[in-house]
Design a protein around this ligand. Structure first.
Ligand code: NOJ
Length: 713
């Protein structure tokens, strides 16, 4: 399709239509839509015929009907593009992105994204509003569940893996989707962890922590960018100069920018536009090409053009971006993009997808504590499974698209399948956030079994968009339940289900074993059973620190040094240090932490040289031995710049590799340290490398087992 020629044939109204997106509801029942939601938006039936894209539709049949009706009505015959939030699976749900990041396994993330793309594209989704790679460090914010955690390098790698998985062999293929990276920029720094709240972020914070992951996704060929809702450094992201200065000019991005839901409509409430017309002028002026779910462009672009406040070239440029996307997706040849009900049905929850979701749930789980209790022995006669999440199907997590709770395997079901129903005693104990009538029964169940699995957490509706918390402890009576159950049976392993790191110091104190399952998705219960009984060996490592209390938030591993560092040993505390009088400084579990049933011994780190010359590299070899059963270790390399012109992080992850070891196996893992890894943004916001000493550390944040130094000369 010659999109330039097509553009020439289009009327202004048709062009504006391409720059808008509305919910499928506006196209489902034309009568109701025109008198209902479309009327509310001030859109005429003629306007609806020109709309360029649709979000949130129910499946291939609806998508095809909308597309057919549209093509029959649109004189230019431009297909619509169908978009949706496919965040961690479509019908087969895999763990939430924060959990997936804990796998430290980009290939697994890519495979899961492919699986999502296969199901979603067969169902009519052509563009996915993912990955979300916002930098996060505050556990109160509900949307951290959608992120890859607090480390920008990890977030970028995981984001790029998602983009590549969605894309597959190319976005024109019937089993692929184009990725829309979001939310540009610094949405995750919403003050006080309150969604949609402003973020105030220094340029250093932006450059070092926020921007790299978006860039990594664009390098992996994400096709769209979505600015965030909130205002960043005083200006809402939809109209923030950053869009132009960084995205378009610095990075040379010439793809589609699509607003977030009603974000242009909200510019008036933000107090940066007097009215809808000014909102349209500002957003369009900042090259936000497509307006999602408000109608400022429809209402005002024509008038703005007539007044010379926007130009025809600007409109054409934006429309061309949209047309090029449609062309790349192959929509002019196949406006359904291969969507097919039968194919979709054969993919949903198929054996291959369930197996992958199970492996993902196993790899994403993090064994936080184990005093030798786990793994359990399969010879066990009776096991009690207790707690509000023991038989809970609602463990898919927020944004689980077309996933259904009833398809999800609970822990009780997983254990019953593994051991047989007669060996599993079940007692809910209490509700997740309410009544506690079952405490006595739970205690009795724990006493009647050789071991207990206590399933605690926060309901899935406590995280996700708009679901922030000021109290990140276990809700309701769950801590009391834990005290009673663990006292009744000391062989109790605690499983935690949550969309964020919870503050669980009281559980850490009394439980002999704790495993973080996050929201594990469709195969959660089977994965839990495998992990508890050693059929799977835990290999997840935390992508986000676990605070001891909400008062520590934000707590993150790569904080900069201070002139008065805290004392690791609380007994040494003498005041006037950067610490608290009522709480330790370090998180309960640091970034990178995670135990295994294997025993990995770090024997030696050797450097190819103790001098790094400009343009050169150092090879770092780390020898590791597995003293136990087969399992995987995440080998993590951190760096500290000893003295620089700006304060630098006390530890910074610069490379990692997930490595599988056979029982008793030995491996040498090699990393390359390059000059670029030493660089940082100096006071004048130039990216520089400065000569001097650097320390390399192996282990995980705050807990290193091997160290060495080199000099950059
Ligand atoms: C609002 C969310 O912020 C965004 O992430 C999502 O893609 C849109 N709604 C569309 O559902």
């Amino acid at each position: 399709m010659d999109v330039n020629a097509l553009l020439k044939k289009m009327t202004l109204r048709q062009k504006i239509g391409q720059l808008t997106q509305y919910n499928a509801a506006l196209f489902t029942d034309s009568e109701a839509a025109v008198t209902g939601p479309a009327k509310k938006l001030g859109l005429s039936p003629e306007d609806l015929k020109t709309v360029g894209s649709v979000l949130n539709f129910s499946g291939p049949a609806e998508m095809k009907r909308i597309q057919d009706e549209h093509l029959a009505a649109d004189p230019c015959g431009i297909p619509m593009v169908f978009m949706m939030d496919v965040i961690h699976g479509y019908r087969t749900v895999y763990p939430i992105p924060l959990a997936m990041a804990c796998s430290f396994d980009p290939e697994l993330v890519r495979e899961c994204a492919r699986m999502a793309a296969r199901e979603a594209s067969a169902s009519g989704v052509q563009v996915d509003f993912a990955p979300m790679v916002d930098y996060v460090k505050d556990a109160r914010w509900g949307r951290i569940m959608e992120s890859s955690g607090e480390e920008p390098l990890l977030a970028g790698i995981m984001g790029a893996a998602q983009v590549s998985g969605y894309r597959g062999e190319g976005i024109d293929r019937p089993d692929s989707m184009a990725a829309c990276v979001k939310h540009f920029a610094a949405y995750g720094l919403a003050e006080a962890g309150r969604d949609y709240n402003q973020s105030d972020c220094s340029e250093r914070e932006l450059r070092e922590h926020c921007l790299p992951a978006y860039k990594a996704c664009l390098d992996a060929r994400a096709k769209l960018v979505m600015p965030s809702f909130q205002s960043m450094n005083g200006v809402p992201s939809t109209v923030n100069p950053l869009l132009h200065r960084v995205l378009r000019e610095e990075w040379g991005y010439d793809g589609v920018v699509i607003s977030d839901y009603n974000a242009i409509g909200e510019l008036k409430k933000h107090g940066v536009a007097e009215d809808e017309k000014q909102a349209a002028q500002l957003a369009f002026g900042h090259e936000c090409d497509v307006e999602m779910c408000s109608a400022a462009y429809f209402h005002s672009l024509e008038e703005l053009l007539a007044e010379g406040k926007v130009t025809e070239e600007q409109i054409d440029r934006a429309v061309l971006r949209v047309l090029r996307l449609k062309e790349e997706l192959g929509l002019f040849e196949d406006p359904y993009h291969g969507a097919d009900e039968e194919r979709a049905q054969s993919l949903y929850l198929c054996g291959e997808h369930r197996a992958l979701a199970r492996r993902a749930a196993e790899e994403a789980a993090v064994l936080l504590k184990n005093d030798g209790l786990l793994p359990f022995d399969e010879g066990i006669k009776k096991i009690a499974v207790i707690g509000p999440f023991a038989d809970e199907h609602g463990i898919n997590g927020s944004w689980s698209c077309r996933g259904r709770d009833e398809d999800t395997v609970t822990v009780r079901q997983g254990l019953s399948r593994l051991l047989g129903e007669d060996r599993v005693i079940y007692a809910p104990g209490c509700e997740a956030a309410g009544g506690c009538e079952g405490l006595d029964k739970a205690e009795a169940a724990a006493k009647a079994a050789e071991a207990a699995v206590l399933c605690l957490g926060e309901p899935q509706g406590y995280s996700g968009e708009g679901n922030c918390r000021t109290d990140i402890r276990l809700p309701g009576m769950q801590s009391e339940l834990a005290r009673r159950v663990i006292a009744a049976n000391p062989n109790t392993a605690v499983l935690i289900f949550s969309g964020r790191p919870l503050a669980i110091p009281e559980i850490d104190e009394i439980a002999p074993a704790i495993m973080q399952l996050w929201f594990p998705g469709t195969e959660g219960g089977n994965a839990a059973a495998d992990l508890l009984f050693g059929r799977a060996n835990p290999s997840g490592r935390l992508a986000m620190s676990f605070p001891r209390s909400v008062g520590q938030c934000p707590v993150y591993y790569d904080h900069t040094s201070t002139g008065r560092p805290h004392f690791t040993d609380r007994a040494e505390h003498r005041g006037y240090a950067s610490d608290y009088i009522d709480c330790a400084v370090l998180p309960l579990y640091s970034f990178g932490h995670g135990l295994s049933y294997s025993e990995f011994i770090y024997e030696e780190m050797t450097l190819s040289s103790h001098e790094l010359k400009s343009g050169g590299a150092i090879e770092v070899n780390v020898r590791i031995r597995n003293n136990g059963r087969a399992g995987s270790e995440v080998v993590q390399l951190y760096m500290r710049d000893i003295a620089a012109s700006c304060t630098r992080p006390v530890q910074k992850l610069i490379a990692f590799e997930k490595v599988h070891f056979e029982a008793g196996g030995e491996r040498t893992v090699t990393f390359r340290v390059t000059e670029e890894m030493l660089g940082f943004w100096n006071f004048d916001m130039q990216f520089v490398t400065e000569k001097g000493d650097f320390e390399l550390m192996i282990g995980y944040a705050d807990h290193f087992v091997l160290r060495d130094r080199f000099r950059y000369v």
